[in-house]
Design a protein around this ligand. Structure first.
Ligand SMILES: NC(=O)c1ccc[n+]([C@@H]2O[C@H](COP(=O)([O-])OP(=O)(O)OC[C@H]3O[C@@H](n4cnc5c(N)ncnc54)[C@H](O)[C@@H]3O)[C@@H](O)[C@H]2O)c1
Ligand SMILES: O=C(O)C(=O)CC1(C(=O)O)C=CC(O)C=C1
Length: 290
């Protein structure tokens, strides 16, 4: 049981975490801070946080657990704002979608206290952001990737794993580099393609007609194109090297498929689609069972 959660970033991810922690009876009090005071106020009105803090530092004052739930590019400034109150006994976690840049910021800013910081990434989310969309069940049954470094205190790592497990998450430990490589392929690239696809259609003179005719296939494929622009700008830039490599792989695959279509090679095209279709039909979210 924690005495006080210091929540920095009272949005979708942070708000959902606070609600889940409260429901599980794991925290007595939540003190929250968001850049915009109206967001912090809204979070209190919704019962997501109990007390509004006027700064990140004051949100951390008296906290034994801290969650950073801000855009990844805001991590360094946030850690700088709180570093004077960070102690060895405080568990600090984040939920950022990229890990190498977040960890680099942690090393630079926290220095001797970097051991209190356990980098985390819940593989849960939505295309809508903000505290209004916070959801007590967001993390239930989802994977949480933890990417400790050599200096992470084993006790803090264990506490972080325990918290996520009590929220009914499946915790997976990985190296930060392996994390960023994997999520470039299965999260960042799909978002890049969804944004590009929508804008590619929108750039055509008949876009309005096309979009009026679009059905469930378009809706499902492009759901994530409605995601928060600044958050995704930061993610795509933070993981640019891995993402650009994945984009190259995608473009080569697309070119190969175009060549089959151009040549009218029905067998090759069918084989290619069969491979993807079977893979996707058998795919289930989460770790392999059995
Ligand atoms: N949305 C998703 O699907 C998803 C999934 C997994 C991880 N993440 C990660 O979670 C983090 C938060 O995303 P979200 O979806 O909750 O976004 P959000 O926009 O809903 O919430 C972010 C909150 O942080 C606040 N904020 C922004 N800059 C700040 C700063 N400098 N100091 C204090 N507060 C600040 C905003 O006002 C907002 O309240 C991001 O790092 C993102 O990469 C998002
Ligand atoms: O469901 C969505 O809308 C998401 O995009 C969630 C999603 C993903 O790509 O799977 C997005 C970013 C993350 O860091 C983790 C999860």
């Amino acid at each position: 049981m924690f005495e006080q959660l210091g929540l920095i970033g009272c949005g979708l991810m942070g708000g959902s975490f606070a609600l889940a922690l409260k429901r599980a009876g794991l925290v007595k009090r939540v003190v929250g801070y968001s850049k915009s005071p109206s967001t912090t106020e809204r979070a209190r009105q919704m019962g997501v946080i109990d007390v509004e803090a006027p700064s990140a530092l004051l949100a951390v004052s008296g906290a034994d657990i801290v969650l950073l739930a801000v855009p990844v590019a805001a991590t360094e400034a946030t850690l700088k704002a709180i570093r004077h109150l960070v102690s060895k006994d405080m568990l600090i976690m984040d939920v950022g979608s990229t890990k190498r840049d977040v960890i680099d910021a942690g090393r630079r800013v926290l220095r001797d206290h970097v051991g209190s910081f356990v980098p985390c990434h819940p593989i849960a989310g939505k295309e809508v952001s903000g505290v209004e969309n916070a959801d007590v069940d967001l993390y239930v049954g989802k994977q949480v990737i933890v990417t400790p470094i050599d200096r992470t205190q084993p006790e803090q790592l264990q506490r972080a794993v325990d918290v996520w497990q009590k929220l009914q998450c499946n915790v997976v430990q990985m190296a930060p580099e392996a994390h960023d490589a994997a999520f470039a392929a299965v999260s960042h690239l799909p978002h890049l393609i969804a944004f590009a696809l929508v804008n590619g259609i929108a750039s055509q003179t008949r876009a309005e007609d096309f979009l009026t005719l679009a059905g469930p296939g378009f809706r499902d494929f492009t759901r994530i194109a409605a995601s928060e622009p600044k958050m995704w700008r930061d993610i795509l830039l933070a993981n640019r090297q891995e993402l650009l490599e994945q984009s190259q792989v995608f473009q080569r695959t697309l070119k190969a498929m175009e060549a089959m279509i151009e040549a009218g090679n029905a067998d090759a095209l069918e084989g290619f689609i069969t491979q993807a279709s079977q893979l996707r039909a058998n795919w289930r979210m989460g770790p392999k069972k059995g």
